[in-house]
Design a protein around this ligand. Structure first.
Ligand code: IPE
Ligand code: IPE
Ligand code: MG
Length: 248
């Protein structure tokens, strides 16, 4: 642990930590380009270490949940080569990470149209989910083939189906009922959403759940994200006054 990390950690107020942090992990391609690599996927490879750092930090601080935006519904429009590299990195991560997840009591779950993932990837995902299902610490939620609009659309379809089965009537429709039909209904809404790489947009991330999230933007490119950057975001969050429409 370097000095700045230790100092930042000392400033963290455990009582004012977010329960759920979500991260838009962006900037891998630019990171690779900046380093002179012709292949932007070098950035995806380097980004894995940052995923580990974020997960470790979240577990260490006893956050309830960490959602990582790893692959969007829209990312399927990328070149085939890049998609297949991302999928193989994902599969490897899901396998290699099991000991670390077990050691740190982390439960892995996923959000998104995961049936669109390649079968071998999906199989590994299900396996890692099953192995870690009994863990009671941090919930690591990977957003895979995830889109906020797709999620709300899928929730609508599920609600309509239950309505046709006579289980739901129009007067039963409430925000709470919609929330219960999202991909991970058990998770609290994100308190803090971090986006790296200096882009200021949601890119279709957690549209419903993020209604009152605090946003933190940093120019740091995802492969350079580390514990220090995470702690800086948390300290910034602790200074915010959340009013939820009230007057504070
Ligand atoms: C984020 O990095 C990773 C994914 C979206 C899968 P990018 O690949 O979007 O990197 P930039 O934004 O092009 O730098
Ligand atoms: C958002 O990043 C999706 C992920 C981080 C997985 P993108 O790089 O796909 O977003 P845009 O296209 O710049 O909005
Ligand atoms: Mg990007």
């Amino acid at each position: 642990m370097d000095f700045s990390e230790k100092e930042l950690l000392g400033q963290i107020d455990a009582a004012r930590l977010p329960r759920h942090v979500a991260i838009i992990m962006d900037g891998n391609g630019r990171w690779a380009k900046l380093r002179g690599f012709k292949d932007r996927t070098r950035g995806h490879r380097a980004g894995i270490e940052a995923v580990r750092a974020a997960t470790r930090t979240a577990a260490q601080l006893h956050l309830a949940a960490l959602t990582l935006y790893a692959f969007s519904e829209e990312n399927w429009s990328r070149p085939k080569y890049e998609i297949s590299l991302l999928m193989s990195l994902l599969k490897r991560f899901l396998k290699e990470e099991i000991p670390e997840l077990m050691e740190n009591n982390i439960r892995l779950v996923a959000s998104g149209r995961i049936h669109r993932l390649p079968p071998d990837c999906l199989k590994q995902l299900e396996e890692t989910k099953t192995i870690t299902a009994g863990n009671t610490g941090l919930i690591l939620n990977l957003a895979l083939s995830y889109g906020g609009r797709a999620e709300i659309t899928d929730a609508l379809a599920a609600i309509l189906e239950e309505s046709e089965q006579g289980k739901i009537k129009p007067q039963d429709i409430s925000e709470e009922l919609v929330s219960r039909h999202l991909y991970q209904p058990g998770l609290p809404d994100p308190d803090l959403i971090i986006r790296t790489s200096g882009e200021y947009r949601t890119s279709n991330f957690l549209l419903w759940q993020g209604a009152y999230a605090e946003y933190y933007f940093t120019d740091v490119l995802w492969p350079d994200f580390n514990k220090t950057v995470f702690l800086q975001a948390l300290l910034d969050f602790q200074k915010r006054e959340r009013r939820f429409g009230g007057i504070g």
